[in-house]
Design a protein around this ligand. Structure first.
Ligand code: ZN
Length: 88
């Protein structure tokens, strides 16, 4: 029997991965619930920086909270585009 192929070893998604794939960086504040998507290229961190750790370097622009979660974009085109689709 042929050995099963191992899944590729992938680390956490980095800011550089998002930029390369044309994806937005999703940010969510656990204090006030504010959600927004930002262009990863505008984040002043190295391209090799892991996306889940970006939030620890961010401060919410609405409430100043530091419990910011970050992830690769959840919705194609960002949360605003997603909301626009439901508004119709
Ligand atoms: Zn906030």
């Amino acid at each position: 029997m042929a050995p099963r192929a191992e899944p590729p070893l992938t680390g956490p998604v980095t800011l550089g991965d998002l930029t390369r794939e044309g994806k937005l960086l999703w940010c969510w504040c656990a204090d006030c619930g504010r959600e927004r998507d930002i262009d990863p290229a505008t984040v002043p961190l190295p391209a090799s920086f892991p996306v889940p750790e970006v939030g620890s370097r961010m401060v919410c622009s609405t409430c100043g909270g530091r419990k910011v979660r970050t992830a690769p974009e959840l919705y194609p085109g960002g949360i605003e585009a997603q909301r626009a689709r439901f508004r119709k």
